[in-house]
Design a protein around this ligand. Structure first.
Ligand SMILES: [Zn+2]
Length: 471
């Protein structure tokens, strides 16, 4: 059995994992296009990437992960125009909400979140396009846009396992495509047109904006170098987006761009493709508004193997809630036992590494969760029979801490409060100690106005982020 292996989309095979420069691992993940609140299908991919990062860290690797933010494309431009505001004013709130959502789902922040419209990346895109033109891999067409010439890149189609012949036009070519030499050629630089309004940058080929694919090649190579260990995304990114990223990056650097391509499967809702017209379209905020916690949604999106389609249902959310309640109860029981003076310690099961070993096999989460729940069953049985004493309970709690590094499903609220909220909360705590109820109420209102909920419990006040209304 191999130590640690992943299924590589490029080879369509399970491959042993060996990064270029161990223990360092570079990961690039295609991030959101910030024109609306991200939906649960998007978060399925980000949770798979979080599991990947956390497992690699458990296995001693040092992960450097970059996730881009697409803040210019047809959808963002259209949104800004319809709202009659600038592109930045339009994308900024969605970007902020996206980061809040990541926190809600306990997804580890990436090391960097480059934005496509930042000057350093635009400069890199222009530089790469110029290189591609110089080596005849790109050309400017009559419509003034610049296209990648796929016929000149022999490996084009290798990731998606496509035959180039299939990309050749067989019938009538759409009239708006006539400028291209080949129907499969994709835009690197899009010449300005009226619909772009004020969104345009200068380039050697005239005013315009970058194509989506070149953004990722430019940001990935700027921040992670010419060669990455892992590139992730959803299966719908494979073609043309990731195929194009390979062509552009390798066309410029002449080096193999990515060692391991990893893609997660679709998310379905009630066994159907999620769509607004079917009424089964959910943002994370929609699900939270129905009364579920970020932890419950995290579990629901995590529990299915990343290469299998995930069918999201509200019965599934209930199952997730029950599974987490079972974990909570088990932990409570272990904590009680660990503090007891019970001397009985016979046939108790012993903690093992089966959880991590299951994940070594292409992140087999179902196997790993199977190990967890089997261990819960066995240790509960041992506690029922009074065969599990304090030392064993402590060992199992430690075992849980290890796997919780990967699952991030502990019940404790792990969110750190922003400093200004922390300060208001502290002021309110002091006001209540001094029995200054009027001041305490004012501070509660202030916290509410800033988007935070305050609950007074027997253990003191609890501050949680309120889920905001739709924009
Ligand atoms: Zn991308």
């Amino acid at each position: 059995m191999m130590a640690l292996g992943f299924f590589n989309t490029y080879s369509r095979a399970l491959e042993e994992f060996s990064p270029r420069d161990p223990p360092n691992v570079s990961i690039y993940t295609c991030g959101p296009t910030v024109y609306s609140n991200a939906h649960i299908g998007n978060f399925r991919a980000y949770i798979f990437e979080d599991l990947l990062q956390r497992h690699l860290e458990t296995r001693g690797f040092k992960v450097h992960r970059v996730m881009n933010i697409t803040d210019v494309d047809d959808k963002t431009i259209r949104g800004a125009r319809e709202a009659k505001i600038s592109l930045t004013d339009f994308t900024e709130p969605f970007k902020r909400r996206f980061f809040e959502d990541l926190e809600t789902l306990r997804i580890k922040p990436a090391n960097e979140y480059p934005g496509a419209t930042e000057p350093r990346y635009l400069a890199r895109m222009i530089e790469m396009i110029a290189e591609l033109i110089k080596s005849d891999l790109a050309y400017q067409a009559e419509d003034k846009s610049v296209y990648f010439r796929i016929n000149k890149f022999p490996n084009y189609g290798k990731l998606a396992h496509l035959n180039l012949e299939e990309l050749r036009p067989t019938g009538r070519v759409r009239s708006d495509e006539y400028e291209k030499e080949n129907i499969g050629d994709f835009a690197l630089w899009k010449a300005w047109d009226e619909a772009d309004g004020e969104v345009a940058w200068d380039s050697p080929w005239g005013r315009g904006r970058p194509g989506w694919h070149i953004e990722c090649s430019a940001m990935a190579t700027t921040l992670l170098g010419d060669q990455l260990d892992i590139h992730c995304g959803g299966v719908d990114n494979i073609f043309p987006h990731h195929e194009a990223e390979i062509a552009q990056s390798e066309g410029v650097t002449g080096k193999k761009f990515v060692r391991y391509w990893m893609h997660c499967a679709h998310l379905l809702v009630d066994n159907q493709k999620m769509s607004k017209s079917l009424g089964n379209f959910y943002t994370l905020r929609d699900v939270i508004a129905k009364g579920y916690s970020g932890r419950e949604v995290r579990y629901a999106l995590l529990r299915v193997h990343y290469r299998a389609p995930l069918n999201f249902t509200f019965e599934g959310m209930e199952e997730s809630r029950q599974a987490l309640a079972r974990i909570n109860k088990w932990l409570e029981r272990l904590r009680e036992t660990s503090g007891s003076a019970s001397p009985e310690e016979q046939r108790a099961p012993v903690p093992n590494n089966d959880f991590q070993q299951a994940l070594d096999d292409d992140l087999n989460i179902s196997g790993a969760l199977g190990v967890l729940f089997e261990s819960i069953r066995e240790t509960n049985r041992a506690m029922d029979a009074n065969e599990l004493g304090p030392a064993a309970a402590k060992a199992w709690l430690q075992w849980w801490d290890g796997i919780n590094q990967v699952l991030a499903l502990d019940a404790a609220e792990t969110l750190a409060l922003p400093p200004e909220i922390e300060a208001l909360a502290e002021a309110r705590r002091l006001a209540r100690l001094a029995k200054n109820w009027q001041k305490s109420d004012e501070l509660r209102k202030d916290l509410n106005a800033r988007g935070w909920e305050v609950r007074d419990t027997k253990d003191g006040q609890k501050i949680t982020r309120r889920v905001g209304p739709e924009p």
